[in-house]
Ligand binder design. Structure first.
Ligand code: C2E
Ligand code: CA
Ligand code: CA
Ligand code: CA
Length: 277
């Protein structure tokens, strides 16, 4: 189950590693997952490396399947993207995140939630209008929501992506480039995009302690982000050593198992209390 990627790099795709019968049934079940209330919002904390304060969380989807149990996104996001169901899924994630934000930020400090957008979402001409409806109906403060986009999603149709991103940014949403350093976007594009944040891909963070080249890439990305006036996040921090290294390099935000694994949304408020205590 390896599919050929743009530059001839083989990418492992778990969703393709199934019999066609199995994938067909998964596909039809996925269509009903929202109606049957089977999607779950998990939150993984994002922490300030300078102060240790909780800044917010990334929203990650899970599928609570009656027979298969908790299905990770890697197993069904590729299907959702192929079939267009991703727009329904993204809509659900954004709406739930907006509701969590409204609860969390009622009276309390302003936390942010980051939501992942796929290629299809970016090509959806109606996305800005949908987002506007959420601002109106859920009293969503767009400044408290960050939209994560990968370089490859942008490069699929750069003109259209740029248009959509400019509209979303003008509405007040924060924008982040996810998995930075693994895609094929040029710095010329980066300069034109209305982004606020770079997320260093976890592969560089994992290997940083052992591989000097990865450490240099991490350092350069932090410097690049800061020179462009962008916030920089490191994800995949699994050890105290990685945390300290990133802190020393001046990275702004940390996300990873060293702090916490993604957790059900209902546990997040208690987790913040324990972390802050
Ligand atoms: P991503 O956006 O790069 O999200 C980060 C992934 O890395 C998450 O996996 C998270 O659990 C994992 N992670 C975070 N810290 C660590 C760490 O310290 N060590 C290790 N080993 N892993 C860590 P998850 O939740 O399985 O999601 C995988 C991917 O599925 C995401 O990668 C994203 O591309 C996609 N995804 C998840 N939720 C959504 C969603 O709601 N919409 C869309 N379009 N994609 C989603
Ligand atoms: Ca992400
Ligand atoms: Ca990422
Ligand atoms: Ca990823």
């Amino acid at each position: 189950a390896a599919k050929q990627h743009q530059l001839g790099v083989k990418v492992y795709d778990a969703a393709l590693d199934m019999s066609s019968d199995e994938s067909l049934s998964l596909l039809s079940e996925l269509r009903t997952a929202v109606d049957r209330d089977q999607l779950r919002l998990y939150l993984q904390p994002k922490i300030s490396l300078a102060t240790g304060a909780v800044l917010g969380a990334e929203a990650l989807v899970r599928w609570q399947h009656p027979q298969r149990g908790l299905v990770p996104p890697g197993k069904f996001i590729p299907f959702a993207e192929q079939t267009g169901f991703i727009r329904v899924l993204t809509g659900w994630m954004i709406e739930r995140s907006a509701m969590v934000l409204r609860q969390m930020n009622a009276g309390a400090p302003a936390l942010k939630i980051s939501v992942n957008l796929s290629t299809r979402d970016l090509l959806d001409q109606d996305l800005p209008a949908k987002m506007q409806r959420l601002i109106d109906t859920l009293a969503l403060n767009p400044g408290s929501m960050c939209l994560e986009i990968t370089e490859s999603a942008i490069m699929d149709d750069p003109q259209r992506a740029l248009q959509t991103l400019e509209r979303l940014h003008a509405m007040g949403f924060k924008l982040s480039i996810d998995d930075f350093g693994t895609g094929y976007s040029s710095l010329a594009y980066l300069k034109r995009l209305p982004v606020d944040e770079l997320k260093i891909d976890q592969s560089f963070v994992f290997n940083m302690e052992r591989d000097l080249d990865d450490a240099k890439i991490v350092r350069s990305t932090i410097d690049l982000a800061h020179n462009l006036g962008l916030n920089v996040v490191a994800e995949g921090i699994e050890t105290a050593k990685a945390w300290k290294l990133l802190q020393a390099l001046g990275c702004d935000e940390a996300q990873g198992y060293f702090v916490a694994k993604p957790m059900p949304e209902a546990l997040f408020a208690d987790w913040i209390r324990d972390w802050t205590a």
